[in-house]
Design a protein around this ligand. Structure first.
Ligand code: CA2
Length: 143
């Protein structure tokens, strides 16, 4: 079975507990359950870390194990050249996801270091964005 990694960055472990007006009331465990129930036929690994280096280790370890990655890098999206380099170095197809529409928020959130090394970016659709990303990756991998 084709395996994919769904990787979540800093503070996303707090999802559903604070700022529901921005990020909704769905918890990260709910997001994982939604992804597992989505039925794209992927085997899923679901990981979260608040540490940039740990996220990079997960990206490196994905090579040869997973066929693709779905990444919500949280605030590292806007700062991390190191994550960008890691994604480029493994060469796996990656879909960037954000719960909120980062382009409708503060200007510092408009910049993504992930976007240039991603297949595409999905933002503004809340937890549903992860399911859209799974569909996009499924379609990409079957062509
Ligand atoms: O919209 C997204 O998914 C973000 O990646 C979320 C990040 C933010 O820094 C990005 O600009 C956009 C923040 C994640 C923080 O998540 C929390 C969830 C609930 C309560 C507090 C933080």
């Amino acid at each position: 079975m084709t395996s994919i990694l769904i990787l979540n960055g800093p503070n996303l472990n707090l999802l559903g507990t604070r700022q529901p007006e921005v990020y909704g009331s769905t918890t990260l465990a709910d997001v994982e359950a939604m992804c597992r129930a989505h039925g794209t036929g992927f085997e899923l690994s679901f990981e979260q870390s608040n540490h940039e280096g740990v996220l990079i280790d997960h990206i490196h370890a994905a090579k040869g194990v997973h066929a693709g990655i779905i990444l919500n890098a949280g605030a590292y999206t806007h700062t991390s050249i190191a994550m960008m380099d890691a994604i480029a170095s493994v060469g796996l197809p990656l879909v960037e996801v954000h719960l909120s529409n980062i382009h409708a928020r503060e200007t510092f959130r408009h910049k993504s270091f992930i976007a240039p090394v991603a297949l595409g970016q999905i933002c503004g659709f809340g937890a549903q964005g992860y399911l859209l990303a799974m569909d996009a990756l499924k379609r990409h991998l079957s062509h």
